[in-house]
Design a protein around this ligand. Sequence first.
Ligand code: ADP
Ligand code: NI
Length: 225
Amino acid sequence: MTPEETIQHTAEYVRSAFARDSSGHDWWHIARVWQMALRLCQQEGADSFTVQMAALLHDLDDWKLVHSAASPHAMDDHRPVRAEAWMRSINIAPATMEHVCEIISGLSFKGALVETPMRTLEGQIVQDADRLDAIGAIGIARAFAYGGHKGRLLYDPACPPQMHASFEAYQASNSATINHFYEKLLLLKDRMNTPTAKRIAAQRHAYMEQFLQQFLREWQSGDFD
Ligand code: ADP
Ligand code: NI
């Protein structure tokens, strides 16, 4: 297979794996991250094959989707087994496979006070692309889809946001979806790696702030006149 055929074949595999998700991690999340990662890759000059493979496979082993019931800490110290098995089955070169696995394992947000450094430009690009899809109008929609999927309240004024200092504390949190904006989404703009992503994030961030302001105004009935 040519590299292009490998990418297409991988996209078809991931598309079938994510067809039924309703937690905001459906195929179109993967497709958006893939396109955004390609765009960042062109701007920043990284290895396009590695970036595309990591973007396509990045959520196959996500702890929120795969491990949450049985073993909440699995992805923290384990390899992305489904992504790795797929790459092995289509004979990806070992060095590329290793790099893609490293990117996937380091991608996820792990709490407001936990750093998630990325060693390579390829990793930084995929992390930026994934995080750009968590903010702005689409980010708002995904947060409430995820909250509904997990049975969370929209908002609970009695429950203030928490800055999680460990991945365990972040994973254990069960708070209302509005809290998630303060605990993660509003923090992402300052955690973007590449200049292109920082620019896109600034605009999406402003839109989320506007949304929160309006949401709280309506909640407090401040919009009567
Ligand atoms: P990451 O692995 O960095 O969290 P994902 O691509 O898996 O990135 O996407 C995370 C998505 O799940 C985000 O859009 C986010 O809004 C949503 N999400 C995660 N945790 C929560 C939560 N506690 N409440 C609402 N949405 C959440
Ligand atoms: Ni993702």
